[in-house]
Ligand binder design. Structure first.
Ligand code: NAD
Length: 208
């Protein structure tokens, strides 16, 4: 597939079984077809401020901010979760001197003590943890903007047997936040759209 001219985009469905190292496999994808943007060459370009393929979830968040004309310049953003696919690239992206950028960004994670000391100061909170109701009403300031990336399955008695919630206690925050993305139906569909965006970009780059 790396050499097949009819294939423009390749993604590795994660997570892999525990005995396999995902970074080993990701680095074997042709970086010009790496539509997830996880190849070290593409991560490196992003961190250098010259992105080629931006990982889909961070790019989806940028598009949401852009669409709602939310100016993040000089704003204080708290990103929660430090994965290679969401937390680290979005921290880099939003702090760089891009049009949607120039924010002051703090990256919090599982070893951050007193998470609410940071979230209470934040103009924008981006949660990518995978813990339902981690972010509660008393942890955010009035008018805060919240992008909820978490996807958590909660078992229930519905026909499906479960429903999906984010990392944020949406019902208690919907009045307090000035903008808040729902789960499902918020960042998730944007991630899928950005995968299409990156695939078209890969096709365009292949003929340049
Ligand atoms: P991950 O699952 O690899 O890691 C979770 C991160 O949360 C770690 O960096 C850890 O340090 C941090 N963390 C754990 N407990 C914490 C705590 N109590 N306080 C602060 N930080 C804590 O991360 P991931 O792959 O980015 O996934 C995170 C969530 O986002 C998952 O629910 C995943 O399903 C979801 N996700 C959604 C989309 C989407 O399109 N909406 C895309 C990717 C991931």
């Amino acid at each position: 597939m790396n050499n097949d001219k009819n294939i423009h985009g390749i993604l590795l469905q994660l997570p892999l079984p525990k005995h396999l190292d995902s970074n080993d496999f990701l680095s074997k994808i042709n970086p010009m077809k790496d539509v997830d943007g996880f190849h070290p060459e593409n991560s490196g370009l992003l961190f250098q401020g010259k992105p080629r393929f931006i990982p889909c979830t961070p790019l989806g968040c940028v598009k949401i901010l852009e669409y709602y004309k939310i100016n993040i310049k000089s704003k204080y953003i708290v990103v929660i979760g430090r994965s290679n696919i969401v937390g680290k690239p979005i921290t880099s992206l939003l702090s760089q001197p891009f049009e949607i950028g120039n924010a002051t960004v703090t990256l919090c994670h599982s070893h951050t003590t007193n998470l609410s000391d940071y979230t209470k100061l934040a103009d924008i909170i981006i949660a990518a943890v995978g813990k339902p109701n981690l972010i509660k009403k008393d942890m955010v300031k009035d008018g805060c903007i919240i992008l909820d990336i978490g996807i958590n399955r909660i078992n229930d008695h519905s026909d499906k047997g479960y429903h999906i919630v984010g990392d944020v206690d949406f019902s208690s925050l919907v009045e307090k936040a000035s903008y808040i993305t729902p789960v499902p139906g918020g960042v998730g569909p944007m991630t899928i759209s950005m995968l299409m965006h990156n695939t078209i970009l890969a096709a365009e780059l292949s003929i340049k």
